[in-house]
Design a protein around this ligand. Structure first.
Ligand SMILES: [Zn+2]
Length: 309
């Protein structure tokens, strides 16, 4: 069965101030990489034409959703925090990014594809229930997980996050929810400052902070010693990957030393767990990754592995 790729020109229309790393060119680089004939077998779909505030409310309160919607500028930018801004199309792009994740869940749960990658922006894992942060507006992974539960009767969902930054937003959303596991590798110390191993939620949170300079060996060790055993014990029916590629050695925002092959290996290990426990079902959502070449190469390695079912 196929791998689904969800992408859409709307995600280029979430604009950011000059010099901002989370820029539309990220998706153009990914699009170029996935245009190679090696990816001809991907099932490609555009994002749904509109997002749904009802699904955003799976992770956010109504006042926060309204605040984002109502603060979109007619032109220029609205600044939400030091590094998170709204442009005229940001609300539409962000709601359609969440809708893309929901659509990917529907496709994978419906059995028409084995797994899915959503090349969307803005990213989501820093967005808290009532707070935009770190380039993120809506917690796409949490919205996808709760949609799987409500629309498809899924019991347990595991979210595995290998972005170099800790997904404080995802963690905050699921902190007291024993039906969703959140597991993260990330550099520490680094923005946003959360993600200590002692942060365990209700036993559903697994954080493995990595020291600056750590590379593929430490990443694999974190997966095999803590994260995968936690996921296996949890026995999820669906795995969601918060796929950020900013732990790559070329990335300008952090100091880990992952390579493309490390992302391919991690993807394969998560697929093996999904094969055994989750009917092979995986949804992968783009988070960070700011060096265009390493982002494109790493996404290509990740998606090529997802296609090798
Ligand atoms: Zn990141």
């Amino acid at each position: 069965m196929a791998t689904l790729l969800v992408s859409d020109p709307i995600f280029l229309e979430h604009l950011v101030p000059p010099g901002h790393p989370e820029r539309p060119d990220r998706l153009r680089a990914i699009d170029r990489a996935l245009s190679d004939e090696a990816f001809a077998a991907l099932e490609r779909r555009a994002a749904p034409a509109a997002g749904s505030e009802e699904t955003l409310a799976f992770a956010h309160d109504q006042r926060y959703i309204a605040l984002i919607r109502d603060n979109v500028p007619a032109q220029g930018f609205t600044r939400l925090d030091a590094d998170t801004t709204l442009s005229p199309k940001s609300y539409v792009a962000a709601t359609r990014a969440a809708a893309a994740a929901v659509m990917a869940v529907d496709a994978v749960m419906g059995g028409s594809v084995t797994n899915a990658f959503c090349a969307t922006r803005p990213p989501g894992h820093h967005a808290e229930p009532t707070q935009a942060m770190g380039f993120c507006l809506f917690a796409n992974a949490v919205i996808a997980a709760r949609h799987a539960q409500r629309a498809h009767g899924v019991g347990r969902v595991a979210i595995v996050d290998f972005d170099v930054h800790h997904g404080n937003g995802t963690q905050a959303c699921v902190w007291s929810d024993p039906t969703i596991l959140y597991a993260s590798t990330h550099q520490m110390p680094l923005y946003p400052g959360t993600g200590a191993a002692s942060e365990r939620g209700v036993g559903n949170v697994f954080n493995v902070p990595l020291a600056p300079g750590a590379g593929g060996v430490e990443f694999t060790e974190a997966l095999t010693s803590v994260i995968l055993p936690g996921v296996v014990t949890f026995a999820p029916e669906l795995i969601i990957i918060s796929a950020g590629f900013d732990a790559h050695w070329r990335d300008p925002l952090a100091s880990l030393n992952f390579e493309e092959e490390d992302y391919a290996l991690a993807t394969r290990m998560l697929m093996d767990v999904a094969d055994r426990h989750a009917g092979s079902r995986i949804i992968s959502l783009l988070e960070g990754g700011y060096d265009l070449q390493s982002l494109a190469d790493s996404v290509a390695a990740h998606v090529k592995t997802l296609m090798s079912v």
